[in-house]
Ligand binder design. Structure first.
Ligand code: NAP
Length: 245
């Protein structure tokens, strides 16, 4: 029986690359995100990918995803992102709420809905794309740092709660990844500000690098749980230590 993987946020960046890598590995991949047109293009390009419209902030949409599945062996909770780079003193409540909704409650909704499939598979793998922002705070990252810390804690709690069940809980925490949209969304469409993030950095990670890491975690033998995989570019030794040329 072909194993099925569900990847949220598969219309761009890390999610898209992960959907492709898992399809290469022979998984039947459900690629889910809000922009269905992009997913349909992806499915037309890559055999083994099935597009599915999904808004992780909508319970109705998540319920529709669950109802459309007959199995799920791997769930990659990747949908997420950052909005804004203001200090906490000027933090926008609506932005913070939005980041919490997508990164934290989105992961909660999809996880709750698909967990019965993961358990039933007998060898389920649940992956959560957090961030090094979920481990180490940085100035002006407040709302994103808070949301990613919450997502990290939730992942740790889940691993404790599922001990004894046939489900592995894996956290993949990337550092700087140059994807097309992440920084653009963070800076509300300001391409100059978004480009500055990566300026002079020799070799930020690519979406494909992170997809490789996710795929490696997922394809370990069933008894091997990679609790947390932190992956950064060589040029980023720590949050505040970035080599630029
Ligand atoms: N890039 C980095 O430097 C970096 C570093 C560490 C961690 N991460 C994390 O890695 C994940 C992917 O980041 P990325 O760089 O690949 O960003 P990205 O290119 O902006 O991709 C984000 C994906 O999430 C989807 N998404 C957003 N809101 C959604 C919603 N409400 N429902 C369903 N899907 C939604 C987007 O698709 P639609 O708009 O079509 O819905 C998109 O496919 C995120 O969780 C991010 O926090 C990124």
């Amino acid at each position: 029986m072909t194993r099925t993987a569900v990847v949220t946020g598969a219309s761009s960046g890390i999610g898209r690359a992960t959907a492709c890598r898992l399809a290469d590995e022979g998984y039947s991949v459900v690629a889910a995100a809000r922009r269905r047109d992009r997913l349909e293009e992806l499915a037309a390009e890559v055999p083994g990918i099935r597009p599915m419209a999904l808004d992780v902030t909508s319970q109705e949409s998540v319920d529709e995803l669950a109802a459309a599945l007959d199995r799920c062996d791997v769930l990659v909770n990747n949908a997420g992102g950052a909005i804004g780079m203001e200090p906490v003193a000027r933090g926008d409540v609506a932005d913070w709420r939005r980041m919490y909704e997508v990164n934290v409650l989105g992961t909660l909704r999809v996880t709750k809905a698909l967990l019965p499939f993961l358990v039933a598979s007998g060898d389920g793998v649940l992956v959560v794309l957090t961030s090094v922002a979920g481990l180490v705070p940085y100035e002006e990252g407040g709302g994103y740092v808070a949301a990613k810390h919450a997502q990290t804690s939730m992942t740790e709690v889940l691993r404790l709660e599922l001990c004894g069940e046939p489900v592995r809980v894996v956290e993949v925490a990337p550092g700087m990844v140059h994807t097309e949209e992440f920084s653009l969304n963070r800076f509300r469409g300001d391409a100059t500000a978004a480009d500055l993030v990566y300026q002079g950095v020799p070799g930020p990670l690519t979406a494909g690098d992170v997809a490789d890491a996710v795929t490696w975690c997922v394809t370990r033998p069933a008894h091997v749980n990679i609790d947390r995989l932190v992956i950064r570019p060589r040029a980023q030794a720590a949050q505040h230590k970035i080599h630029r040329v």
